[in-house]
Design a protein around this ligand. Structure first.
Ligand SMILES: [Zn+2]
Length: 328
């Protein structure tokens, strides 16, 4: 009987624990046991065990990446995967075992996908050109992968063909760029939204709806009611302001320009609108300051009268006290 377990026994013990934890879905715990097995493989003189060190470290990094789901963790797992024999079939709990080279590529792609922020229109408004280029670059790479899906798609909950995800990213890059130039160059923004619409055929409905609505608004050209200049882009270069519009106005001027009158509102260009807004703002501020000044004067006068009354009250109570002590 052995008093001490051999390295091989210790290694197999840790590996079995790792696999059992993994099968139960306890990935963090599995990582710990894979690292233990790795340490044993590093330290042993047993060649059968020592040659499995890289494999154990890979599994530890792979499951760590599935827990953390960060670009860095996927990239680390992919780097470690490259140290394995490319044709080696890996047990990652799937029915068909992927080869190391297949899994390496998937991990690289996963790292790229999670390096991009979750896309929404609100977030896109704050994005700059560097992110637009990143969406474009990664989108092109995914498109080149064709219609295959990630081997680890269920772990990542990314259940679309890679080319579909790629097209979506190309569309997002166009939206980021279009949002930046809507006001300065509505015609170019229209073109970019047009490209985005073509790429985004399989994108979330609210994003497709946004692109369609932007194209609709940008395509509208009218004249400003105030300055009568031609102006393109509803809600971008002109807005509608409520005004008293009767039948006479509609009949006489409603056909001056398309979209000039809209449901009791008139089109006003960005220049005229900001001019009116700034002027009314300045006027309101001036009247507010005048009212505050008048109020302060009233307050000062009232305070002065209160002080006089207080002083009178004090002298009256002193006189009353003196009379009380002088009674006897
Ligand atoms: Zn105007």
């Amino acid at each position: 009987m052995h008093l001490f377990k051999s390295d091989r026994e210790k290694f197999e013990n840790e590996l079995n624990k790792a696999l059992s934890e993994r099968n139960k879905g306890n990935l963090e715990s599995a990582v710990k046991y894979f690292l233990n097995a790795y340490e044993i493989a590093l330290g042993t003189k047993d060649p059968e065990i020592s040659k499995r060190a890289d494999e154990m470290l890979f599994y530890a990094l792979f499951y760590d990446a599935l827990v953390k789901k960060t670009a860095e963790s996927f990239s680390k797992a992919s780097q470690q995967c490259k140290k394995l024999d490319p044709s080696w079939q890996l047990d990652i709990g799937l029915a068909s075992k992927p080869t190391a080279s297949e899994l390496c590529r998937d991990l690289e792609i996963a790292s790229m996908i999670v390096s991009l922020p979750e896309f929404s229109i609100d977030v896109a408004r704050r994005m700059d050109e560097s992110l637009a280029s990143k969406y474009e670059e990664i989108g092109s790479k995914l498109l080149a992968e064709g219609s295959r899906r990630l081997i680890i798609e269920d772990y990542l909950k990314i259940n679309d063909p890679l080319s579909t995800i790629g097209l979506r990213f190309l569309g997002y890059s166009r939206i980021v760029r279009a949002l930046k130039i809507e006001a300065d160059n509505p015609a170019n923004a229209m073109e970019l939204y047009g490209e985005a619409a073509a790429y985004l055929q399989q994108a979330p409905a609210e994003i497709k709806k946004f692109v369609d609505s932007r194209m609709g608004k940008l395509s509208k050209t009218t004249r400003c009611w105030v300055c009568h200049r031609e102006i393109q882009g509803e809600e971008i270069n002109y807005i509608y302001l409520p005004a008293s519009i009767n039948k006479y106005i509609i009949e006489k001027y409603g056909n001056d320009s398309p979209y000039i009158i809209n449901n009791g509102t008139i089109a006003v260009c960005r220049v005229c609108y900001t001019m009116i807004y700034n002027l009314s703002d300045a006027l309101a501020k001036k009247y507010y300051e005048q009212a505050m000044k008048a109020l302060q004067e009233v307050e000062a006068r009232l305070n002065a009268r209160i002080s006089i009354l207080e002083a009178k009250l004090m002298s009256l109570s002193i006189q009353a006290g003196r009379r009380y002590y002088m009674r006897d």
